[in-house]
Every structure is written in structure tokens, then in C-alpha cells.
Ligand binder design. Structure first.
Ligand SMILES: [Zn+2]
Length: 72
């Protein structure tokens, strides 16, 4: 009964894995259930989006500087 609270069943192979495991220890299946796993999946996307916006801003500044240098 208490084991059920700290274990999850792999939907791929049916193996019982620890609740905190992100992947199945038998078949390496990734547990993509609702809750903390979906939250972890969102955070890297936000980071990459922020990085893309910063890179785009730097690129815009560089392009503007190059245009100013070429015009002068
Ligand atoms: Zn499995």
C-alpha cells in the first residue's frame, strides 16, 4: 500500500519504478505525466526562447552598427 505512493508503473513495459525517476529503469521510457515533469519540460523551452530573443537583439544591434558604418 505504501509502496504504491512512492512507485509508478511504466506505461511502456509495466515495470515498477521509483516515483522520482524521470525514466524507466528497465526500458528507459520517459515518464511524461502531468505535474512536475511537464513543469520541467516548460522551463528549458522558456530558457531557449529567452536566449533566442537576446541573440536576436544582439543581431539587430550588429546589423544597425554595420549599416551606420557603411553609410558614414
Ligand atoms: Zn519501462
Amino acid at each position: 500500500m505504501s509502496d504504491r505512493m512512492f512507485a509508478q508503473t511504466c506505461p511502456n513495459c509495466g515495470g515498477i519504478c521509483p516515483q522520482q525517476a524521470e525514466t524507466c529503469k528497465y526500458c528507459k521510457f520517459s515518464f511524461a505525466g502531468p505535474g512536475r515533469f511537464s513543469l520541467n519540460a516548460i522551463v528549458p523551452r522558456r530558457r531557449s526562447l529567452k536566449f533566442a530573443l537576446i541573440a536576436l537583439a544582439i543581431l539587430m544591434i550588429v546589423v544597425l552598427l554595420v549599416i551606420n558604418i557603411l553609410r558614414s
